[in-house]
Structures are given as C-alpha cells and as structure tokens.
Design a protein around this ligand. Structure first.
Ligand code: 5GP
Ligand code: MG
Length: 176
C-alpha cells in the first residue's frame, strides 16, 4: 500500500478543521450529519474536535461499485426530524469527487426543513479541468486524482478501518 496521508497528518488536520467549524458555527443550531458508510470515520473524529453543543446523525448514500461510480441512492430514513428541521446542518463525507453526493444529500436535507446546509469533506480530488459547480465549505486535504482507500473509504467494502489514506497496489484489484 502506498500511503498518501499518514494517521498523524490526518489526526492533526482533523482537529484543526474541527476547531474552525466550532468557530464558524458558534451561534448556530448545529447538527453534524455523516454520510455513511465512508464518512463515519471522519465524522467520529471531527465531532470530538467541535467544542459546541451539537446533534449528530447519519444519512446513507451509495454510488460506487468497486472503483466505478454508478447511480446514486440516498436514504435518510434513519435521520430523525429533530436533527434536521430548523437546524444548521453540516454534512460530513469522506471525499468530494464529482460533487453529486453532496449536492443530492444537501437537497434532501433542505427538503426536510433544514435551516441551512454546509458541507465538510476529508478529501477533495483534484481535477485538471475542474467544472464542478459547487465546492465543500470545509476541506481537510486536496489529493491527486487517484482511487484511495482507508479512514472510512473502501474498495468493495474492505479497507475502511485503515487509520491512514492509501492507494492499493494493482494486484489488490479484483477483475471488474
Ligand atoms: P461524488 O458524488 O462527489 O462524485 O463522489 C463522492 C463519493 O464517491 C464518496 O462519498 C465516495 O463514497 C465515493 N468515492 C469517490 N472517490 C473515491 C475514492 O477514491 N475511493 C473510494 N473508496 N470512494 C470514492
Ligand atoms: Mg460515500
């Protein structure tokens, strides 16, 4: 495995981002909502660095199959109204790629009555020709355009528990 971001680098930066979020939302009614499954590791570290009274919830989104993006499905049935309605929601995801996941989950939360929706991601994939209409409000790291795993990110449901972000050796990919 080629390590792109070490456990130490991630922990240090996540604490910084948590502190920034704490300042930005000092006067808000903040709910931090993680996008499962990939966003949960970032979520649990991040919320412990936010020194505010917050609520926490989860929304499910899935689009990747192996290393390939597919159609996105969003399920917010596990997200109670008291986490969303009239709250300032911060959506937390693992990686910002095309932006479709955050756009669609943001729309869901606004439809559910969120007062505002902001977004935070651990990673943003750098694009040569960046035509993404929107960008996250908080980005921990910009990374090169490669498929990464670890710290919540999977390849076919494996590697999420790695404490670092890495690129798999070619031999680890199953024939797709
Ligand atoms: P977007 O909707 O912004 O195109 O893609 C974001 C979602 O795609 C992320 O929540 C993540 O689940 C998945 N994804 C995008 N790039 C990668 C990657 O390099 N590795 C993994 N494991 N998932 C990715
Ligand atoms: Mg995801």
């Amino acid at each position: 495995m080629e390590i792109i971001l070490s456990e130490n680098e991630i922990q240090t930066r996540v604490r910084q981002v948590g502190a920034e979020i704490g300042q930005r939302f000092a006067d808000a009614r903040l709910s931090v909502v993680g996008v499962t499954v990939g966003g949960i590791v970032f979520l649990v570290d991040l919320i412990r660095s936010i020194d505010l009274s917050i609520r926490v919830g989860l929304i499910h989104a899935k689009s990747y199959h192996g290393t390939r993006p597919g159609e996105l499905s969003v399920d917010d049935s596990t997200l109670p109204a008291e986490i969303v309605t009239d709250r300032d929601v911060l959506l937390v995801d693992d990686i910002f790629d095309t932006g479709v996941t955050l756009k669609r989950t943001t729309e869901h939360l606004l439809e559910r009555g969120a007062r505002s929706v902001a977004t935070a991601v651990l990673l943003r994939r750098e694009k040569n020709d960046d035509c993404r209409a929107v960008h996250p409000d908080f980005v921990a790291f910009d990374i090169p355009d490669r498929f990464v795993v670890g710290y919540g990110l999977d390849y076919n449901d494996r590697y999420r528990n790695l404490p670092y972000i890495g690129v798999l050796p070619a031999s680890e990919y199953e024939t797709e």
